[in-house]
Design a protein around this ligand. Sequence first.
Ligand code: PGA
Length: 263
Amino acid sequence: MKSISNSSLPTFLVETREEAERVVADEIASLVRAKPEAVLGLATGNTPIGVYRELIQKCATRETSFARATTFNLDEYLDLPPGHAGSFRVWMQRTLFAHLDLAPERTNLPELDGAVSGNAIDAHAVAAHYESSIRAAGGLDLQILGIGRNGHIGFNEPGSSRDSRTRVVQLHATTREDAARSFGGIEAVPVRALTMGVATILDARRIRVLAFGAHKSAIVRRTLFDDVSSECPSTFLRGHADVALYVDREAASELDVVRRSRV
Ligand code: PGA
């Protein structure tokens, strides 16, 4: 693993994504061992899967227990029936929660909780409640994060402000395209979601960002070097007091430091 950034976002180049997954999982495990009641910010998608695999392994071998930890996911779709196979709750259950010793009542997503969806007032109340629940839990100790191809973090799409909080958002076309496969077609992808805000994410004490694959190379370059602005919400990560970005060679391929030299 090599430090490669000359940006205000510390960046590490790994030879394989597994290397980054191990580093981040080890960090989470150390945190939970030092502070069993740690509050973890979780993400869905392709990016964090290997980190979750490592955490499951650590729990299975009793190296780490998550029994007293609390989790808050970044986001959840709106307007899906409860238990829908495309929901992030179902995905988290299948991918992580079912395999860890987490207390189910301390696994949180910004979801309508079985309420009939489509009611704007309910969704806004859930958003406000999510913010206060994170605060009441003591704040996020460590947030795991992927970056969308359009620069979104959570579902904070381009246009999201630095001071945004958990709220209802409309999903962008690229976000819906990227989700189309899990819904069997773009027309089935919800148009709205609840997401932690940019400020909610930046309040996390530590943020660990992962980006793997050539399809992330442009957004990695933009995250590190575009002007910091709502046009590319991932640029807001720069300047956070304890953030690190892990990239594989493909995701780093548009960075000059990697292109010009064999780092
Ligand atoms: P991915 O998505 O992990 O599936 O690449 C990242 C994101 O959209 O935040």
